[in-house]
Design a protein around this ligand. Structure first.
Ligand code: SAM
Length: 203
């Protein structure tokens, strides 16, 4: 399919999508917020006073959700992309996988944190298997970082793609966390291989 046909299809789909309309009405930067909302309502992720790291945060709806829901949160968001300033959030632009970014994150929180959320996804190549492998690598990297920075009772939530690397991710999560669940929110498009892993309590 030609590129301008793909973007026309994308625009039409966005117009029809009720999550997109709802996000505009409620003042969120992306429909992705409703995925996190469902995850939070089902798995009770956040509590007032939490410290939170949001990986792959742009354009920022997950961070917005956290600071709208609770008054007293310490949130750091990082993305490769620059995105508009969100009140009460410390925003970093950079590649999360760089050691320098990880150091900046650790320096910002003087102690361990309560929750790491990651919606990181690589730019799609058109090859679904390759996209899934690349995004899985980001998930594993975020999980390993969580091991270093989460409190023992901490929570890790990450986007995953169902595919050849699924078993590897589950195995890695079971090594690091006592509780592991996989969940696809209704707001995640049916045709997408996207799902989420929710891990609690470090081993
Ligand atoms: N959760 C976001 C929201 O609610 O607005 C949407 C996130 S979007 C699906 C995925 C993001 O991951 C992109 O903005 C992309 O730039 C970011 N990303 C991908 N690889 C990254 C990396 N290595 N470091 C930081 N951000 C990354």
């Amino acid at each position: 399919m030609k590129k301008n046909k793909i973007s026309k299809n994308w625009i039409n789909r966005q117009r029809r999508d009720h999550y997109v309309r709802q996000s505009v009405v409620e003042g969120y930067n992306s429909r992705a917020v409703y995925k996190l909302k469902e995850i939070d309502e089902k798995f009770k992720i956040f509590k007032n006073g939490n410290s939170i790291i949001d990986l792959g945060a742009a354009p920022g709806s997950w961070s917005q959700y956290v600071v709208k829901k609770f008054k007293n949160m310490k949130v750091l968001s990082i993305d490769l992309l620059n995105f508009d300033k969100i009140e009460n959030i410390y925003q970093l632009q950079g590649d999360f996988t760089d050691d320098m970014s990880k150091k900046k994150i650790k320096d910002y929180f003087s102690s361990k944190v309560d929750v790491v959320i990651s919606d990181m996804a690589v730019n799609t190549t058109g090859n679904k298997n390759l996209d899934s492998i690349n995004t899985s690598e980001l998930c594993i990297e975020a999980m390993n970082f969580s091991k270093e920075i989460l409190k023992e009772e901490g929570i890790f939530v990450s986007k995953i793609f169902m595919g050849s690397t699924f078993n590897e991710i589950i195995l890695a999560s079971k090594k690091l966390f006592k509780e592991n669940k996989v969940f696809k929110p209704a707001a995640s498009r049916k045709e997408s291989k996207e799902s989420f892993i929710i891990c609690k309590y470090l081993r």
